[in-house]
Structures are given as structure tokens and as C-alpha cells.
Design a binder for this molecule. Sequence first.
Ligand code: HEM
Length: 205
Amino acid sequence: MIDKKNLHFKILVICWLPLLLIIVDIFLDHLGPNPIRALHIRLGDWSLRFLWITLAITPIQVITNWRGMSDYRRMFGLFCFTYASLHLFVYLVMDQALQWQAIGQDILESTYIWFGVLAYIIIFLLAITTPNRSKKLMGKNWKKLHRFIYLASLLAILHYFLQLKGNLALPFLYALILFILLSFRLILVFKTRQVSKLMLPKGRR
Ligand code: HEM
């Protein structure tokens, strides 16, 4: 029997761990020659990882038949939002020093930032509508809105690809994982539709 509270606490600690390690590296001055860039990249990477983990919950749940997994989807999604917000904070405050004109110009000139901004807007909307109260208030629209996570993941991987100058091995690996996760989801939707069709009376199929 799984101790739910204990597992919940352990997962919560693991999710904060990357941030803790980043803070330790800041204090130990271990961020390399360009600390702001390193900080920015590490927070962006973790946001992407948490987005992928959130997307992986349904496949894991279907494969393992472990219903309790869905409790953690919300938690991982909120950590994706937390790391993305810190990534944005470093960009706006530490990298651009809140120089709005320079930020505007950067956004206009760099397509990859557009993709990041759009992905962030979606992740932000999903995060603020996470509470059960919003779910109740929004009814069917809640599910529709939360399906935008798939679009956010596509925008995020484009944002990742387009800003890279060198080695593309890692982004290709992330893209492959995303392809597998989205394919799994599509197969699931297709199968569910077929099953519901079979449940209909013969004349209405
Ligand atoms: C308003 C939103 C965003 C802005 C302005 C932004 C800005 C940036 C910038 C300027 C870089 C380049 C860093 C550098 O090489 O110096 C970057 C990289 C990156 N961003 Fe974003 N970003 C945003 C949203 C997001 C979101 C939502 C995610 C993930 C879900 C994300 C994930 C990443 C990743 C993975 C990298 C590459 C890190 C690496 O090279 O390993 N970003 N972002």
C-alpha cells in the first residue's frame, strides 16, 4: 500500500530540488562565465522538462493503470509554470534590466521569443485555472482550455529549436519524446471514439 502523503511530500521536494541546486550554484558562484545566461537556460530547461512530465502522466496512467497519477499532473503543471515564470523574470529583470524599449525590440526581432511568449501565455492561463473552483465554474470549457497544453508544448519546442546555434542533439531528443507523447494521446483519442461508437445503438453508428 502506497503512503500517499509521504509520496506527495517526496515528489514535492524533488520538484523544488532543481531550483535549490540553482540557488546553491548562485551562492557558490558556479554558474560559469555568463551567470545570467546560465540561469536563464537552466530555468527554461526545467520548465520544458516539467511540461513534458505533465504530458507523460496520462500515458503512464494508461500503461500502469495507476489512477493516483492524475493527482500529480496538476503539481507538475504548476512547477512548469513556476520555472517558466522564473525564466521570464530572469529575462526581463536580470537580462534586459526592465528596459521596455529594448525588450520590445528584442521581441519584434526574434521569432523564437514570440513562440516563448505564446507558450507562456497558455501556461499562465492553465495555471490560474488550475484550482477546483475554476474547474467547477468553467464547466466543459475547462477541459477545452486545458487541451491547449498540446499547443503550448509545440510552441515551447519551437522556441527551444529556433534559439539554438550549436548542437541540436538534445532538442531532437526532446522533440522525439514529445512526438511519442502526442502520438500516444492521438491513438487514445481515436480508440476512445471507436469504443463510444460501438456503444451506440446499431442504427446511430
Ligand atoms: C515570455 C516568455 C519567454 C521568453 C521571453 C523567453 C526567452 C528566452 C530566451 C531569450 C532564451 C535564450 C537564452 C539564451 O540562450 O541566452 C530562451 C531559451 C529557452 N527557453 Fe525561453 N522564454 C520564454 C518562455 C519559455 C517557456 C514557456 C519555456 C518552456 C516551457 C521556455 C523554455 C526555454 C528553453 C528550454 C530554452 C533553451 C535553453 C537551452 O539552451 O538549453 N521558454 N528563452
